[in-house]
Design a binder for this molecule. Structure first.
Ligand code: UD1
Length: 419
């Protein structure tokens, strides 16, 4: 198992270019299944989750090639509708393929990805929505068989009890080639949903209202291929801003999605960092002292503060003056990184969905293990701002979401090695 050896204490400074978004790439790769022709996805990050998505596409009969920032997917000859258990297990987002396979083939067999790092991740909302669209679903010991008797789903009016990102994406994927109109009420408004819809429109889909709570999809018979550039990764962007603030550095983030990163930018302004955003670039410079955040940081569906950025922001606040309070409202088990941060000298108290961070003067290196993708990134942020050496194990989690992580950190002057 690989690990990072991180020698903390260097101020990070320099310029980096933000990678394409992981959380856009995965549903868009699934969506390419619906297009009868070649799709060229530019700025597709080379990550282990993207490789897993590529393996799923190939096993369904598509031709998917990944090379230097592009994914080229030809789904002209899709021949299968079953994702083997081993591939489902590689990546939790494999569930995103359900709506797309149904939209293309009218039938799909998948298995429920097992327990997760962030707590239970049920798919009840996905299944209930697809049922409304005329999909027959049976669950045989975790193997889910979905079938549309007529071969084509019907449009439906679906009101979500919570704006689930994955459920909204699965409904959209099934609805774009369904018969008639689908309306999603209380839809997720995350920027990655808009990116998926922009891609689908470029393939000929008819979708309105993405980015709002009510999305309306008019089913079309067929989609065609297209060339499309994936949006920048706002969570990776948040991570590099947190890293700069934590190490007292100065950085320019290029290819940044400023509007989409606004919830994060506004929180960072409150820490006393100088932060300026214009022309797809964000400049950040740590102020004389990093200040704790006065208001409770509540993770919420977009446009609220993203749960995916909770851990990395927490790492930046460990050495801030004063006390910051987080409230995690999206996942039940999203403070697993805090044990490692405490081992490094952080003062963090977790009580259910609340975490209280009292600023400390310094952190020290430690032997720690990444618990999940963003938690692992948060540990790297803390390690870079700590005195001494950290051995960070289980970094396959980090490789799921950050392209060339150690190269980027090194280019900013951070001392990091993969072993
Ligand atoms: C996506 C993101 C993930 C992010 C999350 C919330 C991708 C690949 N992943 O995950 O990085 O942290 O959005 O912004 O885009 N829920 C149910 N039943 C369901 C579906 C969801 O109870 O059928 C619950 C989940 O357990 C969770 C909450 O709803 O507590 C939010 O989940 P959801 O928005 O669906 O997140 P994901 O799509 O899994």
């Amino acid at each position: 198992m690989q690990k990072f050896i991180i020698m903390g204490g260097n101020r990070l400074s320099g310029e980096i270019t933000l990678q394409g978004s992981k959380n856009s790439s995965l549903p868009i790769m699934a969506a390419a299944l619906l297009a009868e022709g070649e799709c060229v996805l530019k700025s597709c990050p080379l990550l282990t989750d993207v490789y897993s998505a590529s393996r799923i596409l190939n096993c369904l009969g598509c031709r998917c090639r990944l090379s230097s920032g592009n994914a080229i997917i030809d789904a002209s000859d899709v021949s299968a509708f079953e994702i083997p258990k081993e591939l489902m297990r590689e990546m939790r987002s494999s569930i995103m393929f359900m709506g797309a396979i149904l939209g293309r083939m009218g039938e799909c067999i998948i298995s429920i990805p097992g327990g997760c790092e962030l707590g239970p991740r049920p798919i009840d909302m996905h299944l209930a929505a697809l049922k409304k669209m005329g999909v027959d679903i049976s669950d045989n010991g975790g193997i889910i068989h979905c079938r549309i008797p007529s071969g084509r789903a019907n449009g439906a009016k679906i009101s979500l009890s919570f704006p689930s990102v994955g459920t909204t994406e699965n409904i959209i994927l099934c609805a774009v080639t369904a018969e008639g109109e689908t309306i999603i009420n209380n839809a997720a408004r995350e920027p990655e949903i808009c990116d998926l819809c922009r891609f689908l429109r470029a393939c000929g889909a008819e979708i309105k209202g993405d980015g709002e709570s009510r999305i309306i999809i008019n089913g079309v018979k067929k989609l065609h291929g297209c060339e499309y550039t994936i949006m920048p990764d706002r969570i990776a962007g948040a991570t590099y801003l947190a890293m700069t603030a934590a190490t007292g550095g100065e950085m320019i983030l290029k290819n940044a999605c400023i509007a989409e990163m606004e919830p994060f930018i506004s929180v960072f302004e409150q820490t006393g960092c100088g932060i300026y955003a214009a022309d797809n670039k964000i400049y950040i410079r740590k102020g004389a002292r990093l200040r704790a955040i006065k208001d409770r940081i509540r993770t919420m569906p977009h446009p609220g503060f993203p749960t995916d950025a909770q851990a990395v922001l927490m790492s930046a606040l460990i050495k801030a003056d004063g006390t910051s309070v987080f409230e995690e409202n999206i996942f039940d088990c999203r403070y697993r990184h805090t044990d490692a941060l405490i081992k490094m000298g952080a003062d963090i108290q977790v009580m259910g969905k609340i975490a209280v961070i009292r600023g400390v003067k310094k952190l020290h290196g430690a032997d720690i293990e990444a618990t999940d993708l963003r938690g692992g990134a948060a540990m790297a942020v803390a390690a870079l701002s700590a005195e001494g050496t950290t051995h960070l194990g289980n970094i396959s989690h980090i490789d799921r979401g950050y392209e060339k992580f150690e190269n980027i950190v090194s280019s900013l002057g951070g001392r990091i090695q993969r072993e």
